[in-house]
Design a binder for this molecule. Structure first.
Ligand SMILES: Cc1cc2nc3c(=O)[nH]c(=O)nc-3n(C[C@H](O)[C@H](O)[C@H](O)COP(=O)(O)OP(=O)(O)OC[C@H]3O[C@@H](n4cnc5c(N)ncnc54)[C@H](O)[C@@H]3O)c2cc1C
Length: 444
């Protein structure tokens, strides 16, 4: 058999929210889909031992920026969504429309298909309740946040969300990967994609490493969905210049206070929030595992706080950073914070301190900085057309990297909507799926 015979209709690099959505939608329509995923596919246990290599492995899933900001990403089936907080912020429909990308219908579809609701009072963590009540008391526009959570499966006072939810309560991109596989899609795990195979400016397939050897797989449509850091690397290796620059990564920090009867320290994080849209600041409650709190305390030399957990109320401040920096060829992140980014973080901290004081908190202190959602590394309008196609024919990108402007908000809802839209586009460009062809098949 000629090795270029196409066994698959579509090959996708990466199985995070972007890749998984495209895989699910296309496989539902009968397309033969192959996913190449760098990480493994072990059943989720919700333990630190399992999560550590997938999200805290230095140089792979934990990247440290030049200014010592830690940035984590999930290298496993489902990508970062395995460890995300499942908070859903509405996509920036108007902004994307200005780039010729209308996701109005897809946003509606995601809303209808996924669990997308604020938590019931019963599932709200004590820290979340305290945060919301104190903020409302001070006149802030605090509200419960929408969560991608099947609440009937959720366990109160469980703190395993951050290590992957073993109850199946948190919706993750694995749900879509599983659906895709039920529809006949295939996935190769531990397959790290190096580059796209291109001939005559047309994408022909992907080159990847698996088990120490190099392999090629061919398909007429190629989707790169390796996330905000991974996708620009693959495209650069393919010869596409200029990607991986001027991006956002939503820097964040925590402010902690000790509140008598402040709760168990456990519970779902980001239950409630305040969004200062114009200023580009978002604040939420943020229960964290004891391990994470310990690490963050040690980072700022708060040795005495390491043993203080149950009564601590952490508040997260996340800001919309200006575009800047670059991803190095080795996949490291270089992005100094601008004075305006630091100013936003300072402003957020002041609000958080006020809210904590109002709930009677003592021992108020700040964490060091982190970053969360790298994106804008392969932008629509600059590197991609409105259909998410690169200048190379049949080569598409679909993940956080395509978002053309800084959001300052969790992006998963947006990525899912973009994935659905791309799948529709791919179906519409496939001649075997045109209305006439479908009609012919039905007649036969
Ligand atoms: C701790 C944390 C909390 C978060 N909380 C929220 C939240 O509450 N709400 C929200 O909306 N967002 C949240 N996010 C962000 C959200 O998880 C990400 O924005 C989202 O998962 C990005 O999706 P993606 O498809 O762009 O990429 P990713 O999820 O990063 O997936 C990329 C996939 O590609 C794979 N890959 C990478 N390189 C290669 C390669 N060379 N070859 C093959 N495969 C490759 C990776 O293993 C991964 O599976 C959070 C993120 C983190 C880390």
């Amino acid at each position: 058999m000629d090795p270029k015979d196409n066994e698959y209709d579509v090959v996708i690099a990466g199985s995070g929210p972007g890749g998984a959505t495209v895989a699910r939608e296309l496989s539902q329509k009968g397309k033969k889909v192959l996913i190449l995923e760098w990480g493994g596919n072990d059943p989720v246990k919700g333990s630190l031992v399992q999560a550590y290599p997938q999200i805290f492995m230095p140089g792979k899933s934990l990247l440290i920026t030049g200014q010592l900001l830690g940035m984590v990403r999930g290298i496993t089936t489902g990508g970062s969504s395995l460890f995300y907080c499942a908070t859903a912020f509405d996509p920036p429909v108007a902004m994307l429309k200005s780039y010729g990308v209308d996701i109005t219908d897809e946003v509606r579809e995601v809303r209808a298909e996924l669990p997308l609701n604020p938590l019931s009072d019963e599932l709200m963590s004590p820290a979340g309740m305290l945060f919301m009540e104190s903020a409302l008391d001070l006149g802030y526009n605090a509200r419960k946040l929408n969560k991608f959570i099947y609440q009937e499966k959720c366990k109160k006072d469980c703190d395993r969300c951050s290590y992957g939810c073993p109850e199946g309560a948190k919706w993750t991109a694995r749900n879509f990967v599983e659906e895709a596989m039920e529809n006949g899609a295939k996935m190769i795990n531990h397959a790290r994609v190096d580059k796209v195979i291109v001939e005559n400016n047309k994408a022909m397939g992907l080159q990847y490493r698996h088990g120490g050897t190099c392999h090629n797989v061919y398909a007429p449509q190629v989707i790169v969905a390796a996330g905000g850091i991974g996708s620009p690397q693959i495209l650069r290796n393919t010869g596409i210049e200029g990607v991986g620059r001027d991006f956002f990564f939503d820097p964040l920090c925590f402010v902690y206070g000790t509140v008598k009867n402040g709760g168990s320290g456990k519970g779902i994080q980001m239950c409630a929030g305040i969004h200062f849209a114009e200023e580009g600041i978002v604040m939420t409650d943020f229960n964290m595992t004891r391990m994470l709190k310990t690490l963050l305390d040690l980072e700022v030399f708060r040795f005495g706080q390491v043993f203080n957990y149950a009564n601590v109320v952490p508040i997260m401040i996340k800001v919309r950073d200006g575009l800047g920096g670059h991803i190095t060829d080795a996949g490291w992140v270089w992005k100094p914070l601008r004075p305006s980014d630091k100013h936003k973080l300072r402003t957020g901290r002041k609000h958080a301190q006020r809210i904590l004081k109002n709930m009677g908190a003592t021992d108020i202190y700040n964490s060091w900085l982190l970053a969360a959602h790298p994106g804008g590394t392969v932008k629509i309008g600059e590197h991609l057309d409105p259909q998410l196609q690169t200048r190379i024919k049949n080569l598409y990108v679909c993940d956080c990297s395509v978002i053309p402007e800084e959001l300052g908000l969790p992006p998963t809802f947006t990525i899912l909507s973009l994935g659905k839209r791309l799948a529709k586009h791919l179906m519409s460009t496939d001649e075997s799926y045109t209305a006439e062809a479908v009609l012919e098949t039905q007649t036969v």
